[in-house]
Design a binder for this molecule. Sequence first.
Ligand SMILES: [Zn+2]
Ligand SMILES: [Zn+2]
Length: 227
Amino acid sequence: MASEFKCNAPSCSTLLGERVCLISCGHALCAEHGKEWFSSHQTCPICNRQVNVTSANFSKKYINERKRIALIGFNPSEILESAGVGLEFWQAQKNLEVSQVKNLASQRENVYREKVKQTEQAFYATQQGYLELKDHYKQLAMQFQHLQQQNTQLTQENQQLKSNMRSPQVFDPPSNRKIFALGEQESNFSTNKLFSGISFDTGSKPFKRPFTPHASSLFTPSKLNSS
Ligand SMILES: [Zn+2]
Ligand SMILES: [Zn+2]
């Protein structure tokens, strides 16, 4: 069973057990971190002091077996000195644990603050985007309304034009007016009006009405003979 102490390496939280790297400054590492660090260093990785290293056994089983006889043979001053060293080690370890917890809390607080800041920025950006979209929508709605009005107006004009085209009294293309005018100049035949709806290629000559039984009474035999 392991002790209540943890390896002092910052990234390690292994509970110290049978194989402990005990450092003379009062710090301690698990066997793995101790071997790794002290193969190339002579300073403590926590306090950076020049140190000596001894191996120790922190397991509860070993301590329970040893605690009754550990200080046997020591005189009172040596017993007090040894107890003092043990208490100092315990206090240093607890201080280190507290400072590690504080650091962790501080790091988490910074992460939290940063996330709050990012969330706030994202919120403001979203809000800004929403307002821009709202504005854009307003403009589009106005344009749509304007187009709708134009469409209504054009539909009305279109209906009016269709209605005009269906009505012969109103529909009077310029070509008819020209023919009619020529007919009026050349003759007084009221029958010219009968052809006002038909376009004839008369060239430079004025249009002459063909003979029809309908209008035959208007021609005199002398006129027919002379032509
Ligand atoms: Zn470790
Ligand atoms: Zn140290």
